[in-house]
Design a protein around this ligand. Structure first.
Ligand SMILES: [Zn+2]
Length: 355
């Protein structure tokens, strides 16, 4: 994996998108037992890749959309940019969230994902495992090669009989390794991706990482008030009435799984939020969070009103992927200045109780 990340031969940032996409899919599709998936589909991966590039295809402060490849006709980025521009023209909103864009133009979204899927099939998925000029299939197997035809892929996309099978079969234990190493691999891939874009655009790298992957990119102020109301005005962590400006916290830390879906957002007072930072919350908080997602009528309604993404099953799968394989001696954040030992049994039973 490190050799693959190190080699600079790739002309585009696609390999990073594919790796992050695989990482996310393994987290999101972790089963009740805690087992990661053994295969994912090219369609699922294309959806993730669109999600990853979505915040990148807006003009950077330097004035243009950043280049992600040495090739001027970067089809993946160009396709996503075109879809984004079409949605912006329709909504007259300069920064629509992807969830909103999907609601506004579902057919356009499907077309965009289908095109991205084809590009992934044709290039990055076949090229990714070439390290030092030699192909070593250490991550996954696919059932096609460079002779794959677009017509066959399109038949498969329409659900018709096709010679093309869209499975990406993960090699034994790969899903498990990806989930276990998520906390290490994700920042490493972000860093390398930012470095690549910095080189392609002649920019300073440090600021760029925040632009591409920062949690601050999406304004969460719209959800803050309504979420606090659903929490009866209380801090999610300490339970005290929030005085001062409430803050929105990512329950599953952004560094582990960047997700702005409503189910992953909680409101906390500034003191709790500042202290929790990127730590994982203790089992008591996980129980409260799962309980909240289970009787989440208010949340589903709020998500619909705000056109905000709401995916409680997905968040719970990610929580399983992260919490069910914590080392026994790990400390979890419980309250300001307080850490407690992970209680694997309590977490497991809380997550098992999730819908
Ligand atoms: Zn608090």
């Amino acid at each position: 994996m490190l050799a693959l990340l190190d080699q600079g031969a790739f002309t585009a940032t696609y390999k990073y998108a594919v790796l992050l996409g695989l990482l996310d899919l393994c987290l999101e599709n972790t089963a009740r037992t805690g087992a990661p998936p053994t295969s994912v589909t090219t369609r699922q991966l294309a959806g993730k890749v669109v999600e990853l590039y979505w915040p990148h295809v807006v003009p950077h402060p330097i004035g243009a959309v950043l280049r992600q490849t040495t090739n001027r006709r970067a089809s993946i980025v160009t396709d996503i940019e075109a879809f984004r521009a079409a949605v912006e023209a329709r909504t007259r909103h300069p920064l629509p969230l992807l969830g909103r864009a999907r609601t506004v133009d579902p057919a356009g979204y499907e077309r965009c994902v289908a095109r991205v899927e084809w590009t992934l099939i044709r290039y990055p998925l076949l090229l990714l495992q070439k390290v030092g000029g030699e192909e070593v299939r250490f991550l996954y197997e696919v059932g096609w090669d460079a002779s794959v035809s677009e017509a066959a892929v399109q038949r498969s996309q329409r659900g018709e009989v096709s010679s093309f099978a869209n499975a990406i079969l993960l090699k034994p234990r790969v899903g498990e390794y990806l989930v276990q190493l998520n906390g290490l691999l994700r920042p490493l891939i972000h860093r390398q991706w930012a470095a690549k874009v910095a080189r392609l655009n002649d920019l300073e790298e440090a600021k760029l990482e925040e632009f591409l992957f920062g949690a601050k990119r999406v304004a969460l102020t719209a959800v803050r008030g309504p979420l606090l109301a659903l929490q009866a005005g209380r801090c999610f962590y300490c339970g005290h009435a929030v005085s001062g400006t409430p803050e929105v916290d990512h329950f599953l830390p952004w560094s582990r799984y960047p997700d702005n879906a409503l189910d992953n957002l909680v409101v906390a007072d500034r003191a709790c939020n500042n202290d929790k930072r990127d730590f994982l919350a203790a089992s008591a908080h996980v129980q409260a969070w799962v309980r909240r997602s289970r009787d989440g009528d208010g949340f589903a309604q709020l998500a619909a009103e705000l056109d905000w993404e709401y995916r409680p099953e997905r968040s719970v799968s990610v929580a399983r992927a992260i919490y069910l394989r914590l080392p026994a001696d790990v400390r979890l954040w419980s309250a300001i200045g307080q850490f407690v030992r992970a209680d694997p049994r309590a977490v497991a039973s809380a997550l098992a109780a999730a819908a």
